[in-house]
Write a protein that binds this ligand. Structure first.
Ligand code: N01
Length: 556
């Protein structure tokens, strides 16, 4: 794909004034920016709205100390422009948030996207007008925009989960959430800090600030599995070989990978077809050690049975537990940090930089809050009858994943039905991209898609591409409404449930399963099937004559 944005198209309207457009895109993260680029290049009048003060999506808001991506930079990047792939140089194997934000700003400038972006603009509501087949989009400042289509690129990990702990208002110190970190940063030097949460965000922030604070108390409800990230300056020969072979790396990511990433020990990994239980313990161990040596999410390049057979999974869980013991000096703390009671890899694996070693420092204590209730007091946190005095509390409590950013908007479809209501028993979508009763609204990296298991940058590009193809085809045919058929949606949700129920994923309380939010349903949240199959189904929508969807023209 080229980069020649027609300046005529780009200049055809003033984004601030245009209140009648072909497409409103919500969200200026990876998926939204690419979709803007793609749709505008096709000659459509597009506005992208984002509540943030800059582009970047989740990488704009997540500025907490230690934050970086745990998919390799060479892979966690756009594939749509060969020029961009060749020009951009990542300085580290795993990019920091600052570098990712620089990259996304570079993309916005390089492809002249800003003139179609309205920042500091939160979408409050969208209502579908059944007479005109258009969406009326309303922002929090009262601006109203009419659009033929809405593309919701709102992010699957963007709506922060802030549990309401008793006494929150009474705490006299500072409170921060990892997903909404203050722009200027926070100085923790010499302070007594408490961190609630030990998922990917908590593990990163704890590892980074452990040596900088006066004292750190970590409040852990569930121990996570974590392996070393092994970040380092980008090896130049690796970058060179990647850039020389980008088409093949991308093909592997799309067609043959487990989760949209393929690099292991700086080489494309071959997918294992043998089961862990069909080989000797020594052979198994050699594979686990190899993945551990590579670091990051390489552990997911594993035997197929570890995701479906508890006995196979136990072999990897035991391996990972053993590694934790090697890294923590105090046996009691090591035991508390050792995950028990759920399989490995079925909550997202964490990747750390010195996380376990942080607990070897004298100024860091682990507090087990499992089975207890966290309460905030004016002076700190009380749990199981003991008070911990603190100057600052960091909530690393995660996200209302996949649905939160969508249900936070008052979205009303056919018959005035509200999306939040429709999804009260779990999101129901067709291919994770549309939901019946809400025509002309597309989700990118949405619920019912494989986004947590398929690199979201690539999935966002592909979905943004399919949306563009569908819109342009409809235009050519004089059609104005595209909706998902309920029957097809039901089939998709049923198929998704069958797939996940055949795995070990339901055995853990994870955001994949919606179990991190009290009362949230796991139905339809994530498609756990093969991403390659998913891609084929989506790519076939147009050639099949929109099988599973219904289309119509303007009303007479
Ligand atoms: O959120 P989480 P996250 N009382 O949901 C605890 C991506 N990501 O922001 O496990 C006490 O994983 C909760 O405890 P428990 C990545 O995909 C990527 O860390 O529910 N504790 C858990 O420990 C990741 O998976 C990167 O018992 C409470 C923690 O808070 C996803 O984002 C970096 C609680 C939440 O962990 C989410 O990660 C960061 C309560 N009431 C994030 N409520 C990288 O690329 C919640 N917790 C490296």
């Amino acid at each position: 794909m080229g980069v020649n944005v027609s300046s005529d198209i780009a200049k055809q309207y003033d984004t601030q004034a245009a209140n009648n457009v072909d497409v409103v895109i919500v969200g200026a993260g990876f998926a939204g920016l690419y979709t803007l680029y793609n749709l505008r290049n096709q000659g459509l009048k597009v506005i992208l709205l984002d509540a943030a003060g800059g582009v970047g999506g989740t990488w704009y808001w997540n500025r907490y100390p230690g934050v970086r991506v745990d998919i390799e930079s060479m892979e966690y990047s756009y594939s749509f422009s060969e020029e961009l792939q060749q020009e951009w140089s990542w300085s580290e194997r795993y990019a920091s948030q600052a570098e990712l934000l620089r990259y996304l700003n570079h993309v916005a400038d390089r492809f002249d996207l800003r003139k179609n972006i309205c920042l500091n603009t939160r979408v409050a509501a969208t209502v579908f007008d059944e007479k005109t087949d258009k969406w009326e989009v309303e922002t929090d400042s009262g601006r109203k925009i009419t659009a033929s289509f809405c593309v919701m690129a709102t992010g699957f990990l963007s709506a922060a989960n802030q549990p309401k702990f008793p006494g929150m208002e009474s705490f006299e110190g500072e409170q921060y959430h990892t997903a909404r970190w203050p722009e200027g940063g926070v100085d923790f030097a010499g302070k007594r800090v408490g961190v609630i949460g030990t998922g990917s965000s908590g593990i990163q922030v704890i590892s980074e600030i452990g040596s900088k604070v006066g004292h750190l108390n970590v409040f852990q409800r569930t121990a996570s599995f974590s392996i070393p990230l092994r970040n380092c300056p980008m090896p130049k020969d690796y970058e060179k070989s990647f850039k020389e072979n980008y088409p093949e790396w991308r093909r592997l990511q799309r067609e043959e990978s487990f989760g949209g990433y393929v690099s292991c020990n700086y080489k494309p990994v071959e997918r294992l077809t043998q089961n862990a239980m069909d080989i000797s313990p020594e052979e198994r161990l050699a594979v686990y050690e190899d993945r551990y040596k590579s670091g990051g999410l390489s552990m997911y390049f594993n035997f197929p049975d570890v995701f479906v057979d508890k006995a196979a999974n136990d072999t990897i869980a035991d391996f990972l537990r053993g590694k934790i013991k090697e890294r923590v000096n105090d046996p009691e703390t090591a035991e508390l940090l050792t995950p028990r009671g759920y399989p490995a890899l079925v909550r997202r694996l964490c990747a750390d930089t010195g996380y376990y070693e942080t607990y070897n420092q004298d100024n860091v204590d682990l507090v087990d809050v499992s089975g207890g209730e966290i309460e905030l007091t004016p002076k700190g946190i009380e749990v199981k009858g003991k008070e911990y005095e603190l100057d600052c509390i960091i909530f690393a409590t995660g996200y209302d994943a996949l649905t939160g950013a969508l249900t936070n908007i008052d979205i009303r479809g056919e018959g005035g039905r509200q999306l939040k209501e429709e999804w009260s028993d779990g999101p129901r979508t067709a291919l994770g991209m549309m939901t019946a009763g809400f025509p002309n609204m597309f989700f990118l990296n949405g619920p019912g898609s494989p986004c947590p298991f398929y690199q979201p940058v690539l999935l966002g590009e592909e979905q943004g591409g399919w949306v563009g193809d569908w819109i342009m085809d409809m235009r050519a045919k004089g059609l104005t409404r595209m909706g998902a058929k309920k029957s097809f949606q039901n089939e998709w949700v049923e198929h998704s449930s069958e797939v996940v129920n055949a795995t070990l994923f339901p055995l853990a309380n994870s955001w994949y399963m919606g179990k991190n939010i009290p009362g949230k349903s796991s139905v339809g949240l994530v498609y756990f099937g093969e991403p390659a199959d998913y891609r084929k189904r989506c790519a076939n929508v147009l050639p099949s004559g929109y099988d599973g969807f219904e289309l119509s023209g303007p009303q007479k």
